[in-house]
Design a protein around this ligand. Structure first.
Ligand code: SF4
Length: 463
């Protein structure tokens, strides 16, 4: 019995799990109010990202492209950034924040985005928009390294380090960097904070991505983190970053530059990680954990107990997607007596192999388990098709749906993007409510499979 953590051995990628770095930066930018990212690259670097965001959230988002073509790729394309910023400021009177997000092509041709920002600050903004509050922020996300995950992490750190400004007084709040989550997760996190009477600046706040359809016909979604929120991060009593790889850098930056104590992780998936999250909140703020949360925890435990031993114990599961989520889900599966036999992390971040959560699993698991970094979906399919891997469940985003369909393995949709099931973004996987939803979603998926395959479906009559 062993847990092996290894890099994908094959060269090349078949059916990638992640998209590229600029997509992560774009996702962080839409969490900021009065912000539109200007992606410096080909039009597709925005078009497909907007499409995937819209497919997942079923909403529309605003992102801009410098839309360079062949001539720009040869002679440089900074003029298109200058024109792009001007057009955006003319078109959007309330626009304040324009991150200029680089891509593979513009990093390769060596466009000096930092230089053009200085030029625009001294020229266009002073001359044409002297009364406007405008912030131009270069964000370097070449896509020949990293992934959507590191792109998000870089952008969060760049936004925070650009704006954070020390004041005399602490603001009495904590910074909560949620990482890459869904609106339902933010609702659950806010409810836990409210129960503990904790005032928090929730950064890159996307609860409003579950947007109402209003009589006024508002049809664009945007995040709720303001410039003031970002500035005041330097005056918080502490920072909690829920995910190590999506926001961890920003928490470390605030600690180093402004002495704001940082707690990074664990991602509060499942009971034990949510318990740790609440304990971290208690230590940071001095606020007690109220009885109401003990009751909420008890309800979650009760719901999980109802399905765990009878239906989930010993079930083999493969999980892929964002690293913090995959690790959190694997920990929760272990707590529910399941066997997460295969974890796929979709980029080559060398820190994964030293992640203490994976190290702890390596020590403890009593079945054969593999963790593959820089993985793609072929790593999953190949094991099922050619290497005899038998699975009871797949957990991951919608890009793996064809493997589930082809090999008749039930699948729980979780992560980003999920576009082939309705409303998944509304349900949390974080906190006690998230633990209930996950346990019941897993159980119900298995029940449907038992019925479909006539596999002991009679048990459901007597449960
Ligand atoms: S890989 Fe490069 S060209 Fe393709 S979408 Fe990403 S940044 Fe754009």
């Amino acid at each position: 019995m062993s847990c092996e953590i290894k890099n994908k051995e094959r060269v090349g990628v078949i059916n990638p799990i992640f998209t590229c770095q600029p997509a992560g930066a774009q996702c962080a930018s839409i969490g900021i109010k009065d912000c539109i990212g200007l992606v410096h690259g080909g039009q597709g670097c925005v078009m497909f990202v907007r499409l995937i965001l819209s497919q997942h959230f079923k909403e529309s988002f605003e992102l801009a492209s410098s839309s360079l073509h062949e001539d720009a790729a040869v002679f440089g394309a900074l003029k298109r950034v200058e024109d792009g910023v001007d057009v955006m400021l003319m078109r959007y009177p309330n626009l304040k924040v324009i991150p200029i997000i680089t891509t593979c092509s513009t990093e390769i041709i060596g466009d000096d985005v930092d230089g053009v920002v200085l030029k625009l600050n001294d020229g266009l903004l002073k001359q044409k928009y002297p009364d406007r509050e405008v912030y131009l922020i270069p964000i370097h996300t070449p896509s020949f390294v990293g992934s959507i995950i590191s792109g998000y992490d870089i952008a969060v750190k760049d936004f925070v380090s650009y704006f954070a400004k020390k004041e005399e007084q602490k603001n009495g709040k904590i910074n909560l960097i949620t990482g890459w989550v869904n609106p339902g997760d933010v609702t659950e996190l806010k409810s836990l904070l409210k129960e503990m009477d904790i005032d928090a600046t929730v950064l890159f706040e996307i609860e409003s991505f579950d947007s109402p359809l209003m009589p006024s016909g508002n049809h664009i979604s945007h995040g709720e983190t303001t410039v003031e929120d970002l500035k005041s991060t330097a005056n918080a009593i502490g920072t909690i970053a829920l995910n190590k790889y999506e926001g961890g850098q920003a928490a470390e930056y605030l600690e180093k530059e402004f002495d704001i104590p940082a707690v990074i992780g664990p991602t509060p998936i499942g009971i034990r990680n949510t318990d740790t999250f609440l304990q971290n909140l208690k230590k940071m703020t001095g606020k007690p954990i109220p009885e109401s949360l003990v009751v909420k925890r008890g309800i979650a435990l009760d719901a999980i107990t109802d399905v765990t031993h009878m239906f989930l114990a010993g079930k083999k599961v493969a999980i892929y997607g964002n690293p913090d989520m995959v690790i959190g889900l694997a920990e929760f599966c272990l707590d529910m007596e399941m066997e997460p036999v295969l974890l796929l992390l979709g980029d080559d971040n060398t820190r994964y192999v030293h992640d203490p959560r994976l190290m702890a699993m390596k020590e403890k698991v009593n079945f054969d388990m593999e963790v593959v970094t820089n993985a793609d979906l072929w790593e999953l399919e190949d094991r099922i098709k050619n290497k005899g891997l038998e699975l009871d469940l797949i957990m991951g985003h919608s890009k793996g749906r064809f493997i589930s369909i082809e090999y008749n393995i039930p699948m729980v949709r979780v992560g980003f993007p999920v576009y082939d099931r309705a409303g998944k973004y509304r349900h949390p996987i974080l906190g006690y409510d998230g633990a209930i939803w996950l346990a019941e979603e897993i159980a119900n998926t298995m029940f449907a499979d038992m019925e479909y395959k006539h596999n002991k479906e009679w048990v459901l009559n007597v449960w």
